[in-house]
Structures are given as C-alpha cells and as structure tokens.
Design a binder for this molecule. Sequence first.
Ligand code: GLC
Length: 525
Amino acid sequence: MPGALHWWQEGVIYQVLVPSFLDSNGDGIGDLSGLSERLDYLQWLGARAIWLSPIYPSPFADLGYDVMDYCHIAPQYGSLNDFDKLLADVHRRDMKLILDWVPNHTSDEHPWFIDSRSNRESAKRDWYLWHDANADGSPPNNWISVFGGSVWQWDPNTDQYYLHTFHEKQPDLNWRNSDVQAAMFDTMRFWLNRGVDGFRIDALDLLLKDEQFRNNPSNPEYQEGQGPDTQLLPYYTRDQQGVHEIIATMRRVAEEFGDDRLLAGELYLSVEKVMAYYGGEAPELHLPLNMQFSWTPWNAEEIGSSLKTYLHHVPSNGWPSWLLSTHDCLRLAMRCPGDQMRVAAMLLFTLPGTPVHYFGEEIGMRGVPIPADQAIDPQGRRVGRNRDPERTPMQWNTEQHAGFSVHEPWLPIAEDFHTANVAVQSANPRSLLNLYRKLFTFQRETILGQLELVTIQGPLLVYRRMHEREDCLILLNFSNEPQCLDHDASFHASVRLSTFLDREDEHMQASIHLRGNEGLIVFRQ
Ligand code: GLC
C-alpha cells in the first residue's frame, strides 16, 4: 500500500440522495441548501466525502439518471450558486464532494437527442445509436432493456429505432463518436473546474456496445423473477473492447486538475473483470466500485468467501472498496434485520480499503413498502423490483414528516420514524447510530492494516487486521446463537468494540465468547 494517502483512501464515502436528505424550502423534495444545513451532522458522524446522486435538470423518469443538461442544477434542488456554497462549506469542513456522472445515456429531452431525432441528416444523428428495422419491421436484435422489453424504441418521424439500455426516455449515447467523447469530457471539466473532487460514474461497463449489434446468447441460469435483461448473457452489451481506452482518457481529463480528483465507477461485473478497470499501462479508475457484497447472500460462508476472492484479485497498485447497499438495492434493515444490521455495519467498516455507505443505514432505515402501481421508480412499475422503498426521506427527528420537510414528502416516511431517527438515536449511547459513529472512527484509525482471513466457523466469520504494533481480530456472528472461538491459554485480548456497545475493555483469555447477532473487535495483547 502507498505511503502518502489520497483523501479517498482515508475514510468513508457517504452517499446522499439529494431529494431525500433535507427539504429546506417546503416543497417535499430535498435540496442542496437542505444538505448544506446537515453538513454538521455528516462531520459529526465522520464522513470523509459525500457522493451526491444526480443533481442535474431532468424530467426525472429515473431519479435524475436521465440528464437534460450536464452543466446545471435541477431547479427543485437549487442553483449553481447554492452548489458553489455547498462545495465551499464541504471543503471548509475538510470533507470532499463527488458527483454522480451519467455518461451512458442522456434524457430524451436533452437538446442533443432532440436534435438527433429531428431528422436523419442532423449533425447529432450519430451521437446516439440509431438502427434500421429488420425487413419485417422488428427491432435489429434481441437485446433486453434493464427495465423490460426491447432496448430498441421505434421513432416514427425518422423511421429508425434508437437504443436505450434503460428507459426509453434514456437514449444511449454513441461513445464511438469522437464528438460525443469530446462533449462529455467537457462536462467533466465543467465540474472539475468548479472544484468538485471527482465522480461516481454511472453504468460504466455499458458504455460501448458491439459494433455489429450481434444477438446476446440466452442465459441458461436465468430464473423467473430476476431482472428481465438477465435472460441474456451480456456478451455484446457489457465490458466491450475499447471501453478501457475511453476510461483512460477520462482519467487523463481528471488529471488535468491534479492527482487528487477521484474516479469511482459502477460496474456490474465479475470480480476478475472489475479488476481490469484499475487500468493497465494507462491508469483508469481509482475505485472500480466493488458491488459484490450488495448481492452476496447474508451468511458467514458466502460473505467470507466473497471478501477473500475480492482481496485476492485486487492488484498490488489497486485500492479496495466495499459497498453493502445503495439507492438500487434493499436496505440493510430488510436484508439483515434486527441486530444483524449492527453486524453488517461492523463488516463494512473493518475491511481494508474505502467503504461506501448509503445514507440512513446508520439509523436503520427500513424499506417502506410501496405497491408497484404507486411506484415512482420505472423499474418498480414495469418489472416489479421497486427501488422506491430504499429511497424514502431521511428521518431526522420525531416531528412531522420526521423533520425532513414541512410538506408531504415525495416518498412516504417509514412508520417507525419515532425511534429510527437521528435525534433519538444520537441521545442514546448504545444506539445503532452511535455504533456507526464509533465505526467511522475505527475505520479511519485502521486504514493501513492488511486483512488475513482467520476462519469461517459455521455462522462465525473471523478476520485479522495487523499494522505495526496493532493486532486486532474482528469476529462477526451471523446467527442468533452464541458462538465461541477457542485459542490457547496464552491468548489475551481486550474488547475494543461490541456491536451492542457494552463490553468495551473487557478482558479475555484463551477463548472469545460472542452473543447471538454480535460482532466484536478485540485487540490482542
Ligand atoms: C445506475 C443507477 C441506477 C439507474 C441506472 C440508469 O445503475 O445506479 O439508479 O437506474 O444506472 O442510469
């Protein structure tokens, strides 16, 4: 591991969904000024950096991941002035701010697409992926959209199909066109010039598609209920040749602004493939985000083997990252309920590398059930896996609308907000929130410790972190039965942290006992 650390190696990246964080102007939608008001909280918690979900003008067909203008702020979130103020406030607190950058597709209401679809001779026609129909009028190939149906949408005006990997209001850009590349790199420069500290890059493995648009083969392992696009193997739609050169150029653009601007990319790929995104001779991403934990079943065996495989593959010049939940996956409260949420927190913050934490997990926010016919999320409306439940507003206190807004919020507040909120939990020394706060500190203090997997003993996962004179064991009990790890009589240790926050400094010899659903950090003596 390198000597001097970059800021993104020094602590936790905290993901904020701007519309759900704090509403400062009473319209039921969170905004930039609201976030500014809560920077004290993020600093108190110990966040090193904040990642903002898309804040650009958008018709919001997909939570703003359908961008109309890459160089502006959505009016409901505020203005460029509000943004500059937020950024200055973040920097004054010695924190960093990164933006979500969405290069794979724009909104169909982006001026580029409006021009592109206006006629076949448009100078921007080739900025998107247009294709003739087959002789019988059917779409050019069998590719399936993430939100269901064909990726091809017929445009009766110009008698061609255009490609959309996601919603038909999200046409994919043609990244093989050098003008598209230049225009998109300029949107990066726009924000880097303003002082942002980097980007989380959306859907990066999808950037290029097969030049011949060949059919994807069917997936023999597909099971009913999984995402509709997973019926096919993404041979010709993900991780295509040429994508690495483009990402290396993104990296050079970031480096025009020094060596401290972060590029973190969203990649839904196998561990082996993710590693290539650190770059070869030409560097690419600083953090190809490790999404593996977000779909690994919650048990010691599978989590332990996932972390072992991942760490085994990270190249010596690469820096690991970890992520348990995002705005696209189930809340931890649904996936590892009750006290297992505490075990999940301890897992995420005790691994070597950079953890990415999703807002609200620190107070145990639950997914609010929202029926598909009331879903705002297009995935929820069309293919059933509704992402609205994990996007509901932050619960600040016991006041009306959980202190998020004085107005009815854009998504409902969870019923348990009277207990699951920041005000109540910050006053309780043994709350989940106070556990997280201690873990944020622990994470910062142990960044350089290598990890050694000690054992997976039934539901007990044990690993060791060592650095200079420090030597600690992390024990995670994935079951509600007590567990015990035996050592020999010479073993002495003391508890640094229990997920129940009630065993600090307890001394132990020869064996370590854990209660059901407990996680422990012990220091060897
Ligand atoms: C990413 C985002 C997701 C969005 C999709 C399309 O996967 O995380 O929320 O729907 O890209 O932009």
